[in-house]
Design a protein around this ligand. Structure first.
Ligand code: 9WN
Length: 428
């Protein structure tokens, strides 16, 4: 992200200062909220990028603490919840009383992609204090491994890819990829739901009311089944093998395997998991479409078109031919949509340039794709994604951006947009 990029208005130092201000503003005791007001708790996969942001800011203790705090909410099965309700705050719905998981600390009862495991490996490799690095990784290791083993054990689908039991588990909540499996999900039984998100963000940028009622319908079903994290794919009316989740799990396992030996740990089990999850991911490749597609277990078919959940497979390390085919399609999109990578296919009827995961550009998706491209040697393409992302974040660290005009929309002062900018500014 060099300063001389065409269209750059802010210097690296100014951008850096602004990004640190966002993280500082969102920092709580030992963890960082994604956005004040909109998301007032600790979110699972957000903690990964946020930890990298603290490290890039030179605040290594905060970086490690972000991860240890999250992992301290892990369930006995190994599942790491997608939200940890560290304190009371009624500005978010559904809160702990709806989840009613009976856990201390109160948490949701579903997970999110295990990006924090990759963050732990990155912190370990970069921390200048080697003693702290070894001690921190060694103390996180059993929990991280238990999480990945639980994913392999309790969330392996018929194709060998990883199963999500709620769209929230993908992190890409209202992606058009979930439309078909969600179409048969019953809505929540009670009449009234108290959405708070629309108090902060315009309704046309958020999931629809019907989707929300179905999200809560799934929560109802899982709660009624007693939050048994060993059998959620059977308990949920929504069970889908997700390429994005699988890619992040496979890369997490590979990242842990790659640092194990230097911390005196055994890398054989994470290496085995990486191979198994990577094979599951490849099983989701759709050669006719030229994209990775989710598989709906209940409907017994592949679903969705070209969306971000298939594209982030690049982060895992995939065959070059698959990367090339997906990026050729992305190139076509960028003729009409200059604001970098939209999260859904622009010529699909489901595309909506401002509605959350149905079109807008997200910094995390760009970061995952750019990193995967760089590691696979697609240097020029990776640089293009970064340059496009810089132009966006210079306007402010929004939750997402309209790909037609690059306007920052959704929540503002959003943690991972700031954190990943810091990571790019610091680590190139
Ligand atoms: C539900 C916190 C989270 C992200 C998700 C994003 C959004 C929550 C919501 O915010 O989801 O988990 O209430 O919409 O979709 O990726 O982790 O930033």
């Amino acid at each position: 992200m060099p300063t001389e990029d065409v269209g750059s208005r802010l210097s690296d130092a100014e951008l850096r200062e602004r990004a640190i201000d966002v993280l500082v503003g969102n920092h709580r005791e030992g963890y960082t909220v994604p956005a004040v007001g909109l998301y007032p708790f600790q979110w699972c996969w957000d903690s990964g990028p946020i930890a990298l942001g603290w490290a890039a800011a030179g605040r290594w203790n905060d970086a490690w603490t972000e991860l240890t705090r999250l992992m301290s909410a892990q369930w006995p099965s190994g599942m790491v919840p997608h939200i940890v309700f560290w304190h009371e705050d009624n500005s978010y719905f559904p809160g702990p009383e709806i989840w009613a998981t009976g856990r201390t600390p109160p948490s949701s009862g579903i997970t999110q992609p295990p990006l924090p495991a990759s963050a732990a490996a990155r912190l370990f490799a970069g921390d200048p204090d080697r003693e702290r690095a070894v001690a921190s990784l060694r103390s996180l290791w059993p929990g991280l491994m238990a999480w990945l083993s639980w994913i392999e054990r309790a969330r392996k689908g018929p194709n060998g890819a990883n199963v999500i039991v709620h769209p929230w588990e993908s992190g890409m909540d209202n992606s058009p990829s979930w439309d078909q499996p969600l179409s048969v999900v019953p809505e929540v039984s009670n009449e009234h739901i108290e959405r708070r998100d629309v108090a902060t963000v315009s309704e046309d940028q958020r999931p629809s009311q019907r989707e929300y009622r179905q999200y809560l319908g799934i929560v109802d079903a899982l709660r009624a089944a007693g939050w048994d994290t060993e059998r959620q794919p059977a308990d949920s009316p929504f069970a889908v093998e997700d390429p994005g989740f699988t890619a992040i799990a496979a890369r997490a396992a590979a990242d842990l395997a790659s640092v194990a030996a230097s911390a005196g740990l055994d890398g054989r089990e994470p290496a085995r998991l990486a191979e198994s999850m990577g094979a599951g991911l490849e099983a989701l490749w759709d050669d006719a479409l030229g994209w990775y597609r989710p598989y709906d277990i209940l409907g017994r078919c592949s679903v969705g078109r070209a969306t971000s959940t298939g594209l982030v497979a690049i982060w895992a390390g995939i065959p070059d031919a698959h990367t090339r085919r997906m990026m050729e399609r992305v190139d076509l999109w960028s003729h009409s949509l200059p604001g970098s990578i939209p999260t859904a296919q622009p010529d699909d009827p489901s595309f909506d340039p401002i509605r959350y995961w149905r079109g807008p550009v997200w910094v995390l998706v760009n970061w995952l794709v750019a990193d995967g491209l760089l590691r696979a040697g697609f240097t020029e393409r990776a640089a293009r994604v970064r340059t496009g992302t810089r132009a966006l974040v210079e306007q402010g660290f929004s939750e997402y951006y309209d790909p037609r005009n690059s306007a920052g929309i959704g929540g503002q002062s959003f943690s991972w947009s700031a954190a990943l900018t810091l990571d790019w500014l610091t680590n190139g």
